[in-house]
Design a protein. Structure first.
Length: 137
């Protein structure tokens, strides 16, 4: 079973219940928490994008309101979560995906997901450091 990080971003937090319902139909949610990032935390989380034209706007957006961080578990969780999210740009996302339904544009694209297993292993402890996460079932 794979695990991946999912974030519901500030623009979609008001739809967290609906998004979590979509997630629950496809994955085990091992844990979740609502938090608010500081600028320093957002910059650290998105460090791989530092120097890219969208970095500052993305970090400013991510501190603009609360987010919901979740650990998802399931077969091929990384790929399946990325498929459910849809294309990064909501305007290009297929109908039925979370970004097509809840995304507003860029960077207001509703959700984040780990790019691959290595990213998931890096990102999960960022939000859930020191927690021993086990499947409750």
């Amino acid at each position: 079973m794979e695990r991946t990080l999912a974030l519901i971003k500030p623009d979609a937090i008001m739809h967290a219940t609906e998004i979590c319902s979509l997630i629950t139909g496809c994955f085990n949610i091992l844990t979740e928490k609502i938090c608010r990032l500081t600028k320093v935390q957002a910059e650290a989380f998105y460090r791989e994008h530092e120097g890219k034209p969208f970095f500052e706007e993305l970090c400013s957006f991510m501190v603009s309101g609360p987010i919901c961080a979740l650990i998802l578990e399931g077969e091929n969780a990384v790929r399946r979560w990325r498929d459910l999210m849809g294309a990064t740009d909501p305007l290009k996302a297929e109908q039925g995906t979370i970004r097509a339904q809840f995304g507003l544009g860029m960077p207001d694209n509703a959700v984040h997901g780990s790019a691959d297993l290595a990213a998931a292993e890096r990102e999960i402890p960022f939000f859930f450091a020191g927690m021993d996460i086990v499947d409750p079932f």
